[in-house]
Design a protein. Structure first.
Lengths: 114, 113
C-alpha cells in the first residue's frame, strides 16, 4: 500500500532563510508525487509534481523538489523564504494502479519569522 | 469565477441531522473526489467518481454517501451527522490519468454539535 510521511508537523524559518520540507513515500510501483500548498481559509493549490520526467522539478513561487528513488524522498525546498510562504504544505503520492487517487501526508505548517 | 465551487462554505448542524454538501465544477473533468481534512491527519479520501456511472468508496466512507448528478456535480451526504464528522471537507476534480493534477474547491467547514 502507498503511504506518505512528512517529517515535522511544524517548521519555522526566518525570512530569507532556506526552506526545507521533508517528504518520504512508500509505493510498490513508480509513483507520481505532488506538493500542494494551503493558505489560510483556502483550498489546496498545486505547487509542483513529479511524473517520471526530470527528477528535479520546479514549481510556482520559487519552490522546487527533487525525486530521489534510492531514498524514497521528495523534499521541497526554496532558497529564500518570504513572509507570504507561510502556509500548510502537503505531500501526496499517486500511482497508475490507483487510478489517480491521492494519498496525502499529514501536512507541515510553515511559519516565516520577520 | 472559480472552477470548483462548494456550497455551503460553512455549516453548523446538530447530531442526527441529515446534511448535504454540494460541489460543482466548470473544468469539464470526468473525475471528482471528496476528502475530509482533520488537523494532523492531512486529507483522507471519502468517495471518488471516475464518471457519472462510476462511484467508489475511499478510505473513510462509513457514515457518508454520494451522488453524481451530472459530470459537473458531485454531492456528499451525511445521513445522520455525528460530532466526529466535524471537519473541513474538500471537493476535487481531475482529468483521466494517475499523474493528473487534482483541482480543489475552497472547502466546507462543517461543525456537528
Amino acid at each position: 500500500a502507498q503511504s506518505v510521511t512528512q517529517l515535522g508537523s511544524h517548521v519555522s524559518v526566518s525570512e530569507g532563510a532556506l526552506v526545507l520540507l521533508r517528504c518520504n513515500y512508500s509505493s510498490s510501483v513508480p509513483p507520481y508525487l505532488f506538493w500542494y500548498v494551503q493558505y489560510p481559509n483556502q483550498g489546496l493549490q498545486l505547487l509542483l509534481k513529479y511524473t517520471s520526467a526530470a527528477t528535479l522539478v520546479k514549481g510556482i513561487n520559487g519552490f522546487e523538489a527533487e525525486f530521489k528513488k534510492s531514498e524514497t524522498s521528495f523534499h521541497l525546498t526554496k532558497p529564500s523564504a518570504h513572509m507570504s510562504d507561510a502556509a500548510e504544505y502537503f505531500c501526496a503520492v499517486s500511482d497508475g494502479n490507483q487510478g489517480g487517487k491521492l494519498i496525502f501526508g499529514q501536512g507541515t505548517e510553515l511559519s516565516v519569522k520577520p | 469565477d472559480a472552477d470548483v465551487t462548494q456550497t455551503p462554505r460553512n455549516r453548523i448542524t446538530k447530531t442526527g441531522k441529515r446534511i448535504m454538501l454540494e460541489c460543482s465544477q466548470t473544468k469539464g473533468h470526468d473525475r471528482m473526489y471528496w476528502y475530509r481534512q482533520d488537523p494532523g491527519l492531512g486529507l483522507r479520501l471519502i468517495y471518488y467518481s471516475f464518471d457519472v456511472k462510476d462511484i467508489n468508496k475511499g478510505e473513510i466512507s462509513d457514515g457518508y454517501s454520494v451522488s453524481r448528478q451530472a459530470q459537473a456535480k458531485f454531492s456528499l451526504s451525511l445521513e445522520s451527522a455525528i460530532p466526529n464528522q466535524t471537519a473541513l471537507y474538500f471537493c476535487a476534480t481531475s482529468r483521466q490519468g494517475a499523474g493528473d493534477t487534482q483541482y480543489f474547491g475552497p472547502g466546507t467547514r462543517l461543525t456537528v454539535l
